[in-house]
Design a protein around this ligand. Sequence first.
Ligand code: PMP
Length: 432
Amino acid sequence: MEFKESARLYEEAKKYTPGGVHTSIRNLEPHLVFKKAEGAYIYDADGNKYIDYQGAFGPYILGHNHPYVNNKVIEALGRTDLYGTGSTDLEIELAEKICKHVPSAEQVLFCNSGSEATYHAIRLARAVTKRFKLIKFQGCYHGWHDYVARNMLSSWDMIGKRDPGSAGMMEEAIDNTLVCTFNDLEDVERTMKSNDGEVAALIIEPIPHNIGCIMPQPGFLEGIRKLCNEHGIILIFDEVITGFRHDIGCYQKVAGVTPDLTTMGKAMANGFPIAAVAGKKAYMQRFNTQPGGDVWFAGTYNGHAVGTAASIATLEMMENEPVHEHVFRLGEKMRGGLRDILKRLDIESYVAGFGSVFTTYFMGFEPKNYSDLQHNDAEFYVAYRRALMEKGIFKLPMNMKRNHISYSHTDKEIDYTLESIEEVLRDMKGKK
Ligand code: PMP
């Protein structure tokens, strides 16, 4: 495979943009410049074609450039766009749909990115409780802002090393963020007790997909819900990845645990920029979109026709077609196939996943939290991923992250992927 045109364009990109990329973890070796995306496939500037499992970190639940969604957006733009006063028919239709499907959503507000949604949810929780501390979990990522930046995970982190967050952060934000261990209820209880009356909110990815796929152990999410109730702490499920990908009612519907507030994004609109914060009406009424509300909520592009139309279309697809049935079936097939291959080749590994998400940890047991991942052979994964690229399979750059299957993937792509994985691993094992 050649990457000459990508390399040439990358030199141009670096002249005008620091590092040539517009998000911190997009710098990879080899650097690719992408030019085309369609269904389950992406194409780089040299014309190389890949089956895409990165899915732009998760939005593409239906596949790239999905015609139903794109057509709805084009149709909407034929008559409407953005106003800055009042409401739009598209906002109302989407809000109603979300409140119908998502158990915790009594009311909802739209913004443009997951980071905005988590920022608003945390600030609301602080206003409601008149407390300032926040509990989060090691390895969970909730966005780029100071409220959640402690222990965020970037691709350049080494496992086991404390993430410094970002230069320029407010020290107060770091001091007010308490980091617990996922799947460890005792740790959470101890932290709540030793900060009694000071913790406003607990924010959690119900499945920490930012470190692959660590499943909540039975009773963990229920235990968190109970502890939050006992300590008067607002429970925020950050469903920016899990929301709509695992169920049209988000993962909370699957788990049967209802948070007070929920943040959503990504799969909500199949790649178009829109996110949301939703929750209990009594809390949501505190936002100053409501007369008398005292928690600031604003954004020039909030509720834009592009995002709202795309999200309505995406949810309609989930309502009317077997989207989840399809991606869950292919996810099972992929995980089952991977387990068989790894067993046949006798490679120490744990294949994790849920629904459309899968990941392979090169370690001999099921990881239950971030620290367990220090046993994972990250170097082996990087070489494995690179070899798969040569076969036209595009996976996420780090094995702590997950891979996604979309409604546009078919048995053909899964079969080819599994065959290629077996070839690559056989070859790598021979050289080990
Ligand atoms: N929450 C979670 C769980 C995420 O994975 C992300 C982004 N990967 C965010 C929040 C932030 O979303 P955004 O990048 O859209 O600001």
